[in-house]
Design a protein around this ligand. Structure first.
Ligand SMILES: Nc1ncnc2c1ncn2[C@@H]1O[C@H](COP(=O)(O)OP(=O)(O)OP(=O)(O)O)[C@@H](O)[C@H]1O
Ligand SMILES: [Mg+2]
Ligand SMILES: [Zn+2]
Length: 296
């Protein structure tokens, strides 16, 4: 039986706190999180951090308890996108207290743990794995419906660490419609298959623009590439998000567009994408009768 509470003093299945290894603490923390999603892509700048942020916000707006974890040790961008400042508090028993962005949305980024946001961080592989393990072991997430993890570009140390530490996670692969981005997607897919990380599906970002004057859709690059790749690679297609200049502004100002009044094509697309993710997770939990994947 899974421990209900992972306070080691009251948890029958957990060893005493002093005896717990970092990996055991990670498993204890993860037992309280129902669904884990890793947002990744073989390519930089395709919108992973934006997708992770908007998915987390959208899930939180639907009432789920959400945690957003930024493990991009070289260029963390989540705090900037959400306008979060300051270092995180650490309790006397070494627990990292996440930023409380909303009552049901907690955020932790490596940046929040650095004194100076502009410090260039040079981490070697084993060090990175140690930091990510520590994050997972010491973050005070509590009970969550979703943990959304924002990865750096590529298929390097961070996605590898996180895939090993959270074996029941599912990957959300982000792409843009260009052919070059799609070849990187194939790399991500191969990576996931190699490390046995289940893929939730593929989302195409910046897949065109709605003219702000006449609202006509302008396919800047060839459209439909994400969908075609998903079909070809037998992946679930999670939909597409249009290019919206307000997303760039919102990202720079720390005010995500979901927090701004008014209906837009981008907001509708985020809603559709979130519903597709939920649909996919429901299907997946029907396929595998695992307690951890149920959505209520
Ligand atoms: N749908 C969109 N419409 C307009 N701008 C977008 C959209 N998605 C992302 N952007 C912008 O593109 C830039 C890159 O996005 P983001 O930082 O999310 O990408 P990333 O894949 O996380 O990058 P990195 O590989 O550096 O981590 C940002 O300025 C962001 O505001
Ligand atoms: Mg990023
Ligand atoms: Zn127009």
């Amino acid at each position: 039986m899974k421990p209900k509470s992972c306070d080691p003093k009251s948890c029958e299945t957990c060893p005493g706190k002093e005896k717990m290894s970092k990996e055991e603490s990670v498993q204890c923390k993860l037992a309280r999180i129902k669904n884990k999603l890793i947002v990744m892509s073989g390519k930089g700048g395709v919108g992973k951090s934006s997708v992770a942020t908007y998915l987390s916000l959208s899930l939180a707006r639907k009432g789920y308890k959400v945690g957003l974890l930024d493990i991009d040790l070289h260029g963390p961008s989540i705090p900037k996108m959400l306008g979060l400042h300051g270092v995180l508090n650490v309790t006397t028993d070494q627990q990292i207290v996440p930023h409380q962005y909303r009552p049901n949305l907690k955020v932790v980024s490596i940046e929040s743990m650095l004194e100076d946001a502009d410090t260039a961080v040079i981490w070697r592989g084993p060090l990175k794995h140690g930091v990510i393990t520590q994050f997972l072991a010491e973050c005070q997430w509590g009970d969550l419906d979703f943990l959304v993890v924002d990865c750096p570009p590529g298929t390097g140390d961070e996605p590898l660490s996180i895939a090993r530490l959270i074996p029941d996670a599912m990957a959300v692969i982000v792409t843009t419609p260009q052919e070059v981005a799609l070849s990187d997607v194939r790399k991500s897919i191969n990576f996931c298959r190699k490390v046995s990380l289940e893929i939730a599906g593929l989302v195409e970002n910046m897949s065109g623009l709605y003219c702000p004057h006449c609202q006509q859709f302008i396919p800047i690059f060839r459209t439909g590439g994400g969908k075609r790749t998903a079909e070809r690679m037998k992946l679930f297609y999670l939909g597409e998000l249009p290019f919206d200049p307000a997303v760039v502004e919102g990202g720079d100002e720390g005010t995500p567009v979901l927090e701004i009044e008014g209906d837009t094509a981008f907001k509708q697309a985020v809603e559709h994408f979130t519903d597709r993710v939920l649909e996919r997770l429901r299907e997946s939990s029907d396929d595998r009768p695992s307690q951890d994947k149920t959505i209520h």
